[in-house]
Design a protein around this ligand. Structure first.
Ligand code: FES
Ligand SMILES: [Fe+2]
Length: 360
């Protein structure tokens, strides 16, 4: 299957992670959302807000200003101030507000919510939001831990999502870290989710640490990879009674070929979390470095040819499915909360499962 494209998919009417809650203190935080500058700040009550990062007066970045003690954001040039709705609430030196069109002084505002330790912004300014961001998984409190990695990847949102959920590359690029020993045949089943797609891997043998030594590889993982619109990838591993790891990767498309990714790794184990955490951190960072490098190389080479031309096989269970979902959501033909994955329907339009055998 061959697939040519020269543009980047970006469903605008959706929630995107903007920053971690802890990053947003008294100072404003500047991000870009597919190339559009956005400033995030907290008002006096601590509620986050997001505005286009451009003062309507002389176009300075509002993020270069400060949050006024009253809770509005103050431009650093002439001191105009804006509340979270984008309304201008002060023009220093102006005796009367009636001499100019006050609405022209309004800054476009994005809907914002704070959830699971992240500030989320709606992708379109001055537009009503729907639904809520996808919640992070709750693994309980006993024996659980969390590690978060943040990385700016030099690639499209689509390439980052595919990389996170692409199993075949792990046995090659990351050989020796968590796959790539003696290969086994396993079955992968792809199925639709509301607003996404999932691949379940069956029969993958457990292959690290004391679990393997004790049971000599007879145990198998439960393993799921999921894509959930607009920008979440999730990888879940579980060995019943031993370990459960859910890596939820939240992506912010900063620009067409620059994607910020937060890897929120939550785990439960029967071992002390303090023992597991450094292992997760070390392995995670090593894998991430390799991925970041290969994604940057992919982006650079695509640029040399002026666009993507991909050829896929049955092993590419996620990439084409993610692309079609992003494109459909972008066109508004797929609500972010529900709908079958395009291309996985039979002639009668019924969603179906796809199953392939692979060696990893
Ligand atoms: S440029 Fe912002 S107040 Fe003048
Ligand atoms: Fe990888």
């Amino acid at each position: 299957m061959q697939d040519e494209r020269s543009s980047v998919a970006f469903p605008r009417d959706a929630w995107y992670p903007a920053c971690r809650s802890g990053e947003l203190g008294r100072a404003p935080v500047a991000i870009t959302l597919m190339g559009r500058p956005v400033v995030i700040f907290r008002d006096r009550a601590g509620s986050p807000h997001a505005l286009e990062d451009r003062c309507p007066h002389r176009n300075l970045a509002l993020s270069e200003g400060r949050v006024h003690p009253e809770g509005s954001i103050e431009c650093g040039y002439h001191g105009w101030r804006f509340e979270g709705s984008g309304r201008c609430v002060a023009v220093p030196g102006l005796a009367s507000g009636a001499d100019a069109d006050a609405t022209a002084r309004t800054v476009p505002a994005h809907a914002v919510v704070e959830q699971d330790g992240f500030v989320w912004v709606w992708g379109r300014a001055d537009a009503p939001s729907t639904g809520t961001p996808l919640p992070l998984p709750d693994l309980g409190t006993n024996g659980t831990g969390e590690v978060v990695f943040a990385y700016d990847l030099e690639c499209t949102l689509h390439a980052a999502l595919e990389n996170a959920l692409d199993v075949p590359h792990t046995a090659f690029l990351h050989q020796g870290i968590f796959r790539g020993g003696d290969q086994r045949e396993i079955t992968a089943v792809r199925r639709d989710l509301p607003g996404g797609v999932e691949v379940q891997y069956l029969g993958e043998p457990v292959g690290f640490g004391p679990v393997r030594r004790r049971r000599d590889g007879e145990l198998t993982f439960d393993h799921w990879d999921r894509f959930l619109l607009p920008s979440t990838a999730q990888i879940e591993y579980c060995v019943a009674g031993w370990v459960r790891v859910v890596n939820t990767i939240l992506h912010l498309p900063l620009a067409p070929t620059l994607t910020r990714a937060w890897f929120v790794v939550r785990f439960w184990t029967r071992f002390p979390a303090a023992v597991v955490r450094p292992i997760v951190e070390l392995r995670g960072r090593k894998i991430l470095r390799q991925d970041a490098e290969v994604l940057a190389q992919q982006t650079a080479n695509i640029a040399r040819f002026g666009g993507e031309r991909y050829t896929s096989t049955d092993l590419d269970l996620m990439g084409p499915a993610i692309w079609r979902l992003l494109r459909r959501a972008e066109k508004g033909s797929l609500p972010a909360e529900a709908g079958p994955e395009a291309g996985s329907e039979d002639e009668a339009g019924t969603a179906q499962e796809t199953s392939v055998t692979l060696r990893v």
